[in-house]
Design a protein around this ligand. Structure first.
Ligand code: KIV
Ligand code: ZN
Length: 516
């Protein structure tokens, strides 16, 4: 059990890779999940929920690969209350230094009657069976009562007591549909502490959804009522309106320690890095006014505020931007910077690259510094992420020339497909469409474009563009990313990156028929 000797220590359980990935369109591949898991671990997340192994082979593999590489965080997999699901999770977390099985079943009258079509007494039996079975594989078992906040109190108390009796060491109370309000949710947690006789043998956890915008408020109210684990996601990613945002929970506890005297193990300076990575990988843009990680969260625009800030930062700033890893966007490197300075900068930004990857990125940095007057940290992050994203691509951009403006647009494109160069010229509805049509001519695909999104990495007209392209093929969705000072090059790179990912997915289904 992950219980701290400090009674006020709150365990941070991140479910970006499981509940977060359940957001339509937010699918991630294994490499992307591993990258996120490493950032979460470095950030000090206590438990990483890496997936739902029964959902797909990809989910199983992701949990297993993450379990192999993560050493300090607990790696957790989700399962329904069935032997088959539990065995799959047990198998997936086997390589973990510290693994957890998280099993759940619904306990609300509505869910039991309509979703499970089971009698409450049968659900109770399942609780005991599933938790006892999971305990055969590990001591670290978490049990969740899905739709817990809409469950009848007497029945919920019986289930929680039974789950603890069967060996669950964490009891999670979800507000699955985001229906609760803070006072009510805190009262529910207090009620459990008052009425469940063996409650001191488990850590009480909460898992709040954000349908009414109250996920963070409900989670913090529950902590004040005795919960010591919070389940949350980076940027609040998750089903429907999302889950409680990790960065808001952690910074709320840190900033208002006077009212909520609780601590977490999160290195808050890593928050921005995690937020940007999750946003870039999923293509889910962070709204500018989003608390903690939004672009405007620390920006002071109005004259009165700027004047106050100049006199004393505390006038309008309740957190220091540096505390979440937001360094004032300063000029860091230029075209005269050498390898040593560049390597030091990468270390500062938490990148560990092998020698070959370093050389590739260094060449690209020099090219960028030649084209762009000022090179900021954000530029380097976009550039390195772009290089990492493309490392295993089979379809690569060789050359792109586009004519556009008041004349009819025209694209000339050369791609390398498995080492062989192919060329195409074509027109379309605008330059981006012309380039994308050329790609489809060179590489036949039935994939449909679901999202095309451009975002400027920094300010200024010489800013790098970061493009996300979402493609869908036979029910499978992938996100591709591309970054470049030329928006069209970035767009083609993003499209190709998505196609490459589809290719990997196709290979997994039918290895011989992978190339169209
Ligand atoms: O929202 C929910 O109830 C869940 C459970 C599976 C924990 O995600
Ligand atoms: Zn959930």
């Amino acid at each position: 059990m992950l219980r701290s000797s400090d009674p006020n220590r709150v365990i941070i359980f991140d479910t970006t890779l499981r509940d977060g990935e359940q957001s339509p369109g937010a699918s991630m591949n294994i490499e992307e999940k591993i990258r996120i898991a490493h950032v979460l671990e470095a950030m000090g997340v206590d438990v990483i929920e890496a997936g739902f192994p029964v959902a797909s082979k990809g989910d199983f593999d992701a949990v297993r690969e993450i379990a192999k590489t993560i050493t300090t965080s607990v790696v957790c997999g989700l399962s329904r209350a069935t032997k088959g699901d539990i065995e799959l999770v047990a198998e997936a977390i086997k390589p973990a230094a510290r693994g957890r099985i998280h099993t759940f079943i619904s306990t609300s009258p509505l869910h039991m009657k309509h979703k499970l079509q089971m009698e409450p007494e049968d659900v109770l039996k399942k609780v005991v069976e599933s938790v006892s079975y999971a305990r055969r594989f590990t001591d670290d078992v978490e049990w969740s009562c899905e739709d817990g906040s809409r469950s009848e109190h007497d029945f919920l108390c019986r289930c929680v007591e039974a789950a603890i009796g069967a060996g669950a060491r964490t009891i999670n109370i979800p507000d699955t549909v985001g229906y609760a309000v803070p006072e009510e949710f805190a009262a529910l947690i207090r009620m459990l502490f008052d009425r469940v006789p063996n409650i001191d043998q488990a850590v009480i956890s909460v898992h709040c959804h954000n349908d009414l915008g109250l996920a963070v408020a409900n989670s913090l109210a529950a902590v004040s009522a005795g919960a010591r684990q919070v389940e949350c996601t980076i940027n609040g990613l998750g089903e429907r309106a999302g889950n409680a945002a990790l960065e808001e929970i952690v910074m709320g506890l840190r900033t208002r320690h006077d009212r909520m005297p609780f601590t977490t193990g999160i290195k808050t300076e890593s928050i921005m890095r995690a937020s940007r990575l999750v946003s870039a990988i999923t293509g889910f843009v962070v709204q500018p006014n989003k608390a903690i990680v939004g672009r405007n969260a620390f920006a002071h625009e109005s004259g009165i505020h700027q004047d106050g800030m100049l006199k004393h930062a505390g006038t309008y700033e309740i957190m220091r931007p540096e505390s979440v890893g937001l360094t004032a966007s300063k000029l860091v490197l230029g075209k005269h910077s050498g390898r040593h300075a560049f390597r030091t900068k990468l270390e500062e930004l938490n990148y560990e690259l092998g020698d070959n990857a370093f050389e590739d990125v260094f060449v690209r940095f020099k090219e960028l510094a030649d084209r762009k007057k000022e090179v900021f940290d954000e530029d380097i992050i976009a550039l390195v992420d772009d290089e990492i994203v493309r490392a295993h691509d089979r379809i690569k951009l060789v050359d792109l020339e586009v004519e556009c403006g008041t004349r009819a647009p025209r694209a000339k494109l050369t791609l390398s497909i498995d080492g062989e160069q192919r060329h195409c010229e074509g027109t379309g509805d605008g330059p981006v469409d012309s380039a994308f049509r050329c790609i489809k001519t060179l590489f036949e695909t039935t994939a449909r474009l679901q999202l095309y999104q451009v975002h400027a990495v920094t300010g200024g007209t010489d800013a790098q563009a970061e493009v996300t392209v979402r493609l869908e093929e036979n029910g499978r969705t992938v996100n591709g990313q591309g970054a470049d000072t030329d928006t069209l090059v970035a767009s083609v790179k993003a499209y190709l990156n998505a196609l490459n990912k589809l290719l990997v997915k196709r290979e997994k289904v039918a290895p011989s028929a992978a190339l169209a």
